[in-house]
Design a protein around this ligand. Sequence first.
Ligand code: ZN
Length: 278
Amino acid sequence: MSETVLYETRGPVAVVTMNRPAVRNAQNAVMTFALDAAFTRALQDDAVGVIVLAGSGDHFSAGHDIGTPERDIHKSFARVSTMWWEHEGKPGAENLFVREQELYLGMCRRWREMPKPVVAMVQGACVAGGLMLAWTCDLIIASDDAFFADPVMKMGIPGVEYFAHPYVMSPRQAKEFLFLGERMPAAEAHRIGMINRVVPRASLEAETLGVATRIAAMPRFGLALAKKAINQAEDRMGLRDTMDATFALHHVAHAHNAMTSTDHLAGQDAKSMAKGLK
Ligand code: ZN
């Protein structure tokens, strides 16, 4: 397995760690497929009851890779979550639509449906694409220095690809979150019910592993059924349909950007995105 993602077991808990700390665990395609391989390994191991998703270094994840030397948006890869054809070399909106269907929406939905419980362990930045990863998890435990943001309005985009915003917070809060793109501190995320617990940074790992280990003591199949029950309820509340509908709007925004600026991200990069946002 690539060292972009680390895998270890602590008793009945598999800890899957994003490992690009120098770039705040920016997620490229290599990392996405390494995460998928790590989750698959944990699912197939009967000794593993619960999975913890973590990020190495000071931040959980700053989001999708939009500018490191290892950015790999034009590279082809075998499909895992969809039956779409290769995006590489395809013209116009087709290229990005196909790529993001597989890599972002498809993969996140696939991971949300993992039958074993997954706990996100979040410190520092949990931004945009990082938010998507945390939201696919069943529980989110954060340190008091963690913050959450989806600042893609700066690119003129109505939210990240995995559009769970009006389900993980109220619709009115979701509008403020999207319109302003500002950071939501862990304490506020906890107050509105978006995350389960906030603990001091020094006890984040012990708290997360403690919760994960206690869940892992419960019956495996029962946990899978409980997870499915809640996920089905969210889907009946419209989560899945909302994501499909919003994915189309997301790609109108990408196409509009490509037609009116230098690229599908409205010419923004990691540096310009960080500028001027609270
Ligand atoms: Zn996109």
